[in-house]
Design a protein around this ligand. Structure first.
Ligand SMILES: [Zn+2]
Length: 240
């Protein structure tokens, strides 16, 4: 029997960070409305939401100011640092996949003294007098809806043949990922989505529950791929 190893990927906003840091930034430096309502009612795509809302930011606002704001205000799951240590102690690869922006993930990791965690997110670039979003990992070949970047190909390209894909998330940008994940930890909208689609998952409130479930699975040697996720990964490779 194959000896499966864990490879963990996590969403950032609302999952590691307790709030949507991008919305916190919008509230601090501009206004979320009417854009957020237009997004919620399907009148704006996520990409157009970002293009429009970023144009309302003060023209003299620097990334450094946004970083300082994040460092002062961001809160993370109370057991996140413990979780990172758990992964390191057990040599489990752990990476962050975000449809938010990479600069505030770095700022958050810096604030909590966390190093050596690979993270993938969108980028913010200043053109003339305003910011533009760059969706580095946008993926036309995936069917997932209303995301900037799709997390699927990043995860699949980094998963080794003997690894089981663990995914942790809470929201819309995670819907696509759960189809391809073996062990899923979900809260909020993602948990409801998994229930509707009958995708097996663990509900969680904090990362402590995730540590405990993974410890138990490791102890009982119950780490193995999920058949449907394996099939979906195979299909995704064939369609790329
Ligand atoms: Zn996708």
């Amino acid at each position: 029997m194959k000896d499966w190893r864990l490879h963990i990927f996590s969403d950032f906003d609302g999952t590691i960070a307790l709030t949507d840091v991008c919305i916190d930034i919008i509230d601090k430096f501009s206004n979320r409305e009417p854009y957020l309502t237009l997004l919620a009612t399907g009148k704006l795509t996520l990409k157009d939401f970002w293009h429009q809302v970023l144009k309302t930011f003060p023209s003299n606002l620097s990334i450094e100011e946004m970083i300082q704001f994040v460092k002062q205000t961001v809160q993370v799951d109370p057991y996140f640092v413990e979780f990172v240590n758990f992964c390191k102690e057990n040599q489990i690869p752990f990476e962050i996949l975000s449809d938010g922006f990479d600069f505030y993930i770095q700022a958050t990791l810096d604030k909590f003294g966390i190093t050596d965690i690979p993270y993938f997110g969108n980028q913010l670039v200043k053109t003339n007098d305003h910011y533009e979003p760059v969706f580095v990992y946008a993926n036309e070949s995936c069917q997932c809806e209303n995301v900037g970047s799709c997390k699927r190909n990043i995860a699949l390209s980094r998963l080794a043949d003997d690894e089981v894909l663990v995914y942790i998330g809470d929201g819309y940008s995670d819907f696509c990922m759960v189809e391809y994940s073996d062990i899923i930890f979900a809260k909020s909208i993602l948990s409801r989505y998994c229930n509707e689609k009958r995708i097996p998952h663990y509900n969680f409130k904090t990362f402590l529950e995730i540590i405990n479930v993974l410890k138990k699975l490791l102890r009982e040697k119950k780490i193995k791929p999920r058949r449907q996720a394996q099939l979906n990964r195979k299909k995704a490779f064939e369609n790329e």
